[in-house]
Design a protein around this ligand. Structure first.
Ligand code: NAG
Ligand code: NAG
Ligand code: NAG
Length: 474
């Protein structure tokens, strides 16, 4: 566990702060009043939004007995709890991943045509919330670092939510990116395709970091002179093309140019969710940028195990047992206007009946809702499964200690592979699965041949949907 308080202490500690980014307006008092009123409003609405968005209750904590348990697996030490055992398990089950067929030419082109600035570093520390929101925030931070031409990037961190009070996102518990993502993959892809940007493990690895100039935590929207967000536009940066000129002006306004002995370290705040519109970049870049992040290998392997058991392939490879995946986002904290249990259950059962599918894989924190779904499905001879019901004893023992958002990885990947998918249009987790499935179908990017029959017929149950497509990277 990394506990890095430097992110808050650094400015006072180093006592070298740039001219406040937010204090540049000549009509400062009027401006501040408006700004503060606006910020307060936005903060209240945004935090409500974040809390609701960022609780993809993709897991429920009932550990019922696996229907796949075999006696061979119940005795003796658990190999998954040894380094060699888990390495072997990863080797056997985690590959291939989609990222391995991603085309990073677009990323390389952007990096090759960027004007890089020596001795300028970015940190991406305040990434918090649900799995998919964290992913978006990390990607956006890296995108801003590239836009700024920062020649150094400190490996992103993740602020882990409170395990007992899931709505408490701001905890000050900073974890390495390995908490959710495959760090080696990220390093490899960036080194290969964006070699101009050096990756540093920690802020202490910046040469002469004690003498660094550290502007206040940067809030992109106020830096851009844009309103912090609206109901539709959320935190969207309306003019990404202005970021670089503004950034250059900021650097120029310093008394000293960034140098080896006085580097500049820029730290983005926790308001980068949905900030960068992917459509600003060429499809060659935007389509594959998200693949610089892959989820951690051990949980990927477990998800693949689940898929292989829910959908066994006969030895001839001819027939497969398909399943409907549902993100049953009907927990108590879901908004009033979100898809209801009725709508989600109805859409899921209809999809199964329509396609003559006999298995449903469910991800949900709504224990009662899952039980109700299982009961209703049974009436049509359909079986409802979740990860705890599919994994074997040793696997469950390995998975159990993982945190809420880590467990979400297993559900995300299992739902991604489903033959039909039903989710809630108001959930960023559901929305991303739908977008990625569409992306995979469009690009015939696949780990197997499941798209033979064309695009998956996915659906959102319930009213409306997030204006998601140009808010997040596929
Ligand atoms: C990768 O993307 C680039 C840029 O869009 C394209 O020119 C190239 O053909 C692609 N490579 C493959 C193998 O698809
Ligand atoms: C879903 O709802 C419609 C309309 O209310 C109903 O006719 C249908 O039978 C429901 N389907 C299932 C599978 O419950
Ligand atoms: C998939 O292709 C369709 C048709 O070209 C397009 O409208 C849609 O945006 C694509 N989806 C993704 C996620 O790339």
């Amino acid at each position: 566990m990394l506990n890095r308080d430097f992110t808050n202490q650094a400015p006072t500690m180093l006592n070298k702060v740039l001219i406040g980014i937010q204090n540049k307006s000549p009509r400062r008092s009027v401006y501040s009043l408006v700004l503060w009123t606006g910020l307060t409003f936005i903060f209240v609405s945004a935090s409500t939004y974040f809390i609701s968005q960022s609780r993809p209750a993709v897991d429920y904590f009932t550990h019922h007995e696996s229907t796949y348990d075999s006696s061979a697996n119940t005795n003796g030490p658990n190999p998954l709890l040894t380094t060699e055992g888990i390495d072997q398990f990863i080797h056997d089950h985690a590959y291939p991943r989609l990222g391995e067929s991603a085309n990073f030419t677009g990323l390389r082109q952007v990096c090759d045509s960027t004007k890089w600035q020596k001795n300028v570093y970015f940190t991406c520390t305040h990434n918090l919330g649900g799995l998919i929101n964290v992913r978006n925030m990390v990607l956006n931070c890296v995108r801003y670092a590239i836009a700024a031409g920062a020649s150094g990037l400190i490996l992103p961190l993740i602020e882990a939510r409170d395990p007992t009070v899931l709505s408490r996102l701001k905890t000050g518990e900073y974890q390495s990116m390995q908490f959710l993502f495959d760090e080696d993959w990220f390093k490899k892809v960036m080194k290969t395709n964006c070699r101009q940007m050096e990756l540093l493990d920690t802020i202490e690895d910046v040469p002469h970091y004690r003498y660094a100039t550290m502007p206040d935590l940067m809030n992109v929207q106020s830096f851009m002179g844009q309103p912090p967000g609206s109901r539709q536009g959320r935190m969207r940066n309306r003019k990404p093309e202005d970021f670089r000129p503004r950034f250059d002006a900021l650097i120029k306004s310093q008394s000293k140019r960034p140098g080896e002995r006085n580097p500049v370290i820029v730290r983005l705040d926790d308001r980068t969710l949905f900030s960068w519109p992917p459509s600003f970049d060429s499809p060659a870049f935007a389509n594959y940028f998200g693949f610089i992040l892959e989820f951690r290998l051990d949980l990927t392997a477990l998800a693949n195990i689940i898929v292989s058991r829910v959908r066994p392939t006969s030895s001839s490879g001819a027939s497969k047992d398909p399943y409907v995946g549902v993100h049953l986002r009907s927990e108590a904290d879901a908004g009033k206007y979100w898809a209801s249990w009725d709508q989600l259950a109805n859409a899921t059962l209809s999809a199964a009946v329509e396609s003559d599918i006999k298995h449903i894989y469910v991800a949900s924190g709504d224990t009662d809702g899952v039980a109700k779904l299982a009961k209703k499905a049974a009436e049509s001879g359909i079986k409802v499964l979740d990860k705890w019901g599919v994994l074997l004893k040793n696997e469950k023992e390995y998975l159990k200690p993982f945190r809420f958002d880590q467990l979400a990885i297993v559900d995300y990947l299992t739902l991604l592979e489903s033959d039909r998918f039903v989710g809630s249009g108001q959930s960023s987790f559901s929305s991303h699965i739908l977008m990625r499935r569409e992306f995979i179908a469009n690009n015939t990017l696949s780990t197997d041949t499941k798209n033979d029959n064309g695009k998956p017929r996915d659906q959102f149950a319930g009213p409306g949907r997030l204006a998601y497509w140009d808010q997040d990277w596929p």
